[in-house]
Design a protein around this ligand. Structure first.
Ligand SMILES: [Zn+2]
Length: 282
């Protein structure tokens, strides 16, 4: 009998030591899916050749940009939606830039994108739970209330206080082996989360464009991304040894974004024309 228990303990110990997973993380892409033949769009090919059973693919928001929808600045929303669909993210959050668009558009986006989570956003699930090697991992989504454009348009549906929402979510969350906060929040609030909530193991954040930066705060880790096409990372997470490391993923892609900038070119052409005329006349 004792041999059976010894075997069981050995198996459980090996399973615990081996519990490790990877995160592919993007943030603040601002519609920038490719730059000089490299960029996030390369994830589509990369993931089609990757076993995703030990990988979580996550995005921290501001995947759209919008530029306040000025007609001459182009609109890449269709390309970005196609990219999101092809990558098939496990979890994503809304950034403040997603609020630049109309209320109707945002509601449709929230409905069709099943990866979206937001503990402080109306009509979204606060978290997703994943299971890797029998270990339960929760990813909780939080969106900033800072720099939200179009506040009147979205007056009825603005995000609530992220710290309060996190406190409530942690109260209802079942027992987990690892808790990740997927944030689109200012740096100070990311730090506060790790200081105030020791049950949170890892904070992945965007919004400030200050990364890539990995910091240990108390017993948890904070990873912040850079922005635009450079912002694709692979994190190795070993919860049992409490280690998180990261590297940037340089992904080649031959994708060309269909950027409708004809209006912009026309505007520049008109301005140059007027300036030339003024130069000649005066
Ligand atoms: Zn932002």
């Amino acid at each position: 009998m004792w041999r059976f228990f010894l075997f069981l303990v050995l198996i459980l110990t090996v399973a615990a030591v081996c519990f490790a997973f990877q995160i592919i993380f993007t943030s603040d892409l601002h519609e920038s899916l490719v730059k000089n033949g490299m960029g996030p769009y390369g994830l589509v090919d990369y993931l089609s050749n990757t076993d995703r059973s030990r990988v979580l693919v996550l995005d921290s928001g501001d995947i759209f940009d919008s530029k306040l929808q000025l007609p001459f600045l182009g609109d890449n929303r269709e390309s970005v939606l196609r990219y999101i669909q092809k990558v098939n993210y496990d979890a994503m959050v809304l950034g403040n830039h997603e609020y630049y668009f109309s209320h109707e558009w945002l509601e449709i986006y929230k409905r069709i994108n099943k990866s979206l989570i937001g503990a402080n956003v109306q009509d979204l699930e606060p978290f997703h739970i994943f299971e890797i090697d029998g270990m339960k991992i929760a990813v909780i989504g939080l969106t900033t209330i800072q720099h939200l454009a179009n506040q009147i348009e979205h007056a009825q549906n603005l995000p609530s206080d992220p710290l309060e929402a996190l406190k409530k979510t942690l109260r209802i969350l079942p027992k987990m082996d690892y808790i990740i906060c997927l944030n689109h929040l200012p740096h100070e609030i990311d730090i506060k989360i790790l200081e105030l909530f020791p049950e949170v193991n890892l904070v992945l954040s965007g919004h400030d464009h200050r990364g890539p930066e990995l910091k240990k705060i108390k017993e948890g880790y904070l990873f912040e991304a850079a922005s635009h096409a450079e912002s694709v990372y692979l994190l190795d997470v070993n919860p049992t040894q409490r280690v998180v490391t990261y590297r940037q993923l340089g992904l080649m892609t031959d994708y060309v974004i269909q950027n409708d900038n004809t209006g912009m070119l026309l505007l520049i052409g008109t301005i140059v024309g007027i300036l030339s005329l003024l130069w000649v006349l005066f």
